[in-house]
Design a protein around this ligand. Structure first.
Ligand code: HDE
Length: 680
């Protein structure tokens, strides 16, 4: 008898509810339910005597505490997550039979964990690094995990090199420095001696590696996967997430300052946006290549160091993901979630990308040590929303109470159940790709071009983006002690651009390459952030205000809010500030608790009664924002202050009366940064 899996009616949220507990207003008990009369003093032989072995309450409490930590992820340890839902625009039945990609009226619950790669669990969030972008879709056919990054290519072509790459980028083992940074000898030694890394290194040295917000970065599945439809027809696919707010970055100096001022910058931004109802949104995009076109390109589509230029293979937007609920408990959800590229559903299949093939082993293996055994799928956050049944049994932390004597297949005592489901009834069946070949340890010839797409990336950058890349290389290599490694890297990147290599060589005292770059034959505008979506929504503006501000201010602030901008008042103390017309504004930050780097823009209002100290503090904010190319606004006394400091009449600096000011300032904020400003 064949049984179809019944779909569980419970939503993921309802499913999680049954595991939640609210300890408020409850009696304090041991884990065995024994009510406790005291919780501050251990059991002693006499008030000043030794603690007794008999104190089961002390031992239970302390033992649990001693075991509170689990090993952090070997990579992507620093992460933050949120719940949400995915909605499809139109049925994708032409390409895939995946149930959650058929019906636009179905909302699929998702859980997304963002992360940095190299740093430890407590490291700062605005470091230069790739960002993980892992999505778990709780579909009615089981969990589907799209475990991607915010960079579309990877450093290496074969999974067997992953331990080497990670050993090289992690803190050096003899002194465990530097934390969460690639600016050190072993990373760059790896790069120079593994030249397949060239393309991803270009991305890592670009603004992509210092995103302004997790809400403002793209996501990529990186590998080539397969979509398979109900007729069994397959197409190759690459997955993209496109942020609705556009792709925006910090500048390096700012990113480093934020690391100290607010190491939680990205999680705070995500958390607050969701709490405020400004739900982060990303559109799902697909690039599709027909199986018969596999060899039509000047790169191998199985090579994970190559992207598919969007101008050649357009990204079709097929649905939208909205993150609308923060977690209740970071450990239970964010820390215990277990992603795996091998968690697929019927209609989604793999390619032979050797990096992907290796990942299909690694993720379950790592959960066994990290989550302490083979039952991590039973943790509330990892449970599918559909039922699951098989003959697996026992193991650490088993929660399921399987009934009956039968735990084997094939059997007659339980009518041969649980039983496999035929493909026609939803059973997963692997795509029957024809495979032939000799057993070899080697790299395909078609994987050997390491520089064409690295050059394509460079050629597609705007001038400010190129400057940032040159500075990033100069910073990173400037921290490398080995002259030999520095020189090897300069020589390697001369294969990408001699302009780049010469400037970096100049900055770090290496020998510059000779020769000139070949004329540019191809660029891909989609790779530059210059053309991205520019909106004022959710941009944070520091509004610097003192007592006796002019009466127009509340109206200006309302106009900004109507455009989705978030003005926050900064002043000397947290006392309300009062306007000349008697109006009052609540102060959110002081000069002591905040800094311009924590905002997208600065608006200096001041007032005529503000003292010299206030004026100086306001100008420090404005000056720093100016150097980070941020929009600056000024009205009232603020205009005089900016003029006196020479900060006016530069691109992105808006000063004036309130009617004209509001529109111009909103426009300046939407632009994100003003690169054509002369900063010394
Ligand atoms: Fe991962 N990766 N990875 N990776 N990866 C892990 O799994 C691994 C790679 C990615 O928020 C680990 O559960 C190998 C590419 C993300 O929980 C581990 C290789 C991409 C996350 C692992 C890669 C990723 C991980 C560590 C080379 C982008 C965080 C903890 C073959 C497409 C998921 C864990 C989360 C995590 C192995 C390369 C993305 C050790 C062997 C390429 C987003 O299993």
């Amino acid at each position: 008898m064949t049984k179809k899996h019944p779909v569980n009616e419970k939503s993921k949220q309802e499913q999680l509810e049954q595991f939640k507990t609210d300890d408020r207003n409850q009696a304090l008990t041991t884990n065995q339910g024994l009510k406790l009369s005291e919780d501050e003093f251990s059991l002693k032989a006499g008030e000043r005597g030794p603690t007794l072995m008999e104190d089961f309450h002390f031992r239970e409490k302390m033992t649990h505490f001693d075991h509170e930590r689990i090993p952090e992820r070997i990579v992507h340890a620093r992460g933050f997550a949120a719940h949400g839902e995915f909605e499809l625009y139109d049925s994708l039945s032409e390409y895939t039979k995946a149930n959650f990609l058929q019906n636009p009226s179905v909302k699929t619950p998702v859980f997304v964990r963002f992360s940095t790669v190299a740093g430890s669990k407590g490291s700062a969030e605005t470091v230069r690094d790739a960002r993980g972008f892992a999505t778990k879709f709780y579909t009615e056919e089981g969990n589907y995990d799209l475990v991607g990054n915010n960079i579309p290519v990877f450093f290496i072509q074969d999974a067997i090199k992953f331990p080497d790459l990670i050993h090289a980028v992690k803190p050096e083992p003899h002194n465990e420095m530097p934390q969460a940074a690639s600016a050190h000898d072993t990373f760059w030694d790896f790069v120079a001696n593994n030249q397949e890394s060239a393309h991803m290194v270009m991305w890592s040295m670009s603004d992509r590696a210092i995103p302004r917000s997790l809400r403002m970065m793209e996501g990529f599945g990186v590998h080539t996967f397969r979509l398979v439809n109900a007729e069994g027809k397959a197409n190759f696919v690459k997955f993209h997430w496109k942020p609705v707010l556009g792709t925006h970055s910090l500048v390096w100096d700012e990113a480093q300052t934020i690391s100290g001022k607010d190491p939680d910058f990205h999680r705070r931004d995500l958390w607050e946006s969701i709490e405020n109802g400004d739900y982060p949104e990303y559109e799902l995009g697909l690039q599709i290549i027909a199986e018969e076109d596999e060899f039509k390109f000047d790169f191998d589509i199985l090579d994970p160091t190559k992207l598919w230029p969007e101008e050649d293979i357009p990204v079709k937007l097929v649905g939208k993901m909205t993150l609308n609920r923060n977690v209740d408990n970071v450990f239970a959800e964010t820390e215990q979630v277990a992603f795996h590229p091998g968690h697929v559903v019927p209609g989604i299949d793999f390619s032979n990308d050797p990096l992907l093939q290796g990942r299909l082993f690694s993720y379950t293996d790592t959960q066994l040590i990290r989550l302490g055994g083979p039952n991590f799928h039973e943790l509330p956050i990892n449970r599918p929303v559909c039922p699951f049944h098989n003959n697996q049994r026992d193991g650490y932390g088993r929660q399921t109470i399987n009934k009956g004597p039968v735990s084997y297949h094939r059997n007659s005592l339980a009518a041969n159940t649980p039983s496999p489901v035929p493909e026609s009834e939803g059973g997963y069946s692997h795509y029957q790709e024809k495979v032939e070949g000799r057993k070899v340890r080697s790299r395909s010839e078609s994987f050997k071009d390491h520089f064409s797409q690295a050059t394509l990336f460079w050629n597609s950058m705007s001038d400010p983006e190129k400057e940032h890349i040159i500075s990033a290389f100069s910073f990173e290599l400037g921290k490398v002690k080995s002259k030999s490694v520095q020189q090897q890297v300069v020589d390697m990147f001369a294969n990408v651009s001699t302009v780049l290599a010469k400037q970096v060589a100049q900055a770090i005292g290496a020998t510059p390459p000779s020769g000139e770059d070949a004329p540019v034959t191809k660029s891909s505008p989609a790779l530059s952030q210059e053309q991205t979506i520019k909106k004022p929504n959710t941009r944070k503006v520091a509004v610097i205000v003192a007592n006796d501000f002019s009466g127009d201010l509340p109206q200006v602030l309302n106009s900004l809010k109507q455009q989705g901008i978030q003005p926050e008042i900064v002043s000397t103390t947290l006392q309300n500030v009062k306007g000349t017309d008697g109006s009052e504004l609540e102060v959110q930050h002081t000069f002591l608790t905040s800094d311009s780097v924590l905002f997208d823009a600065v608006y200096v209002v001041g007032s005529s009664s503000a003292d010299e100290k206030f004026r100086k503090e306001a100008l420090t904010f404005a000056q720093e924002a100016f150097e980070h190319f941020k929009p600056i606004g000024a009205t009232d006394e603020g205009v005089k202050w900016l003029k006196a400091a020479g900060l006016d009449s530069s691109p992105g600096v808006v000063t004036g009366d309130s009617t004209r000011f509001t529109d111009e300032f909103i426009e300046a904020v939407s632009a994100h940064r003003h690169w054509n400003r002369h900063v010394i």
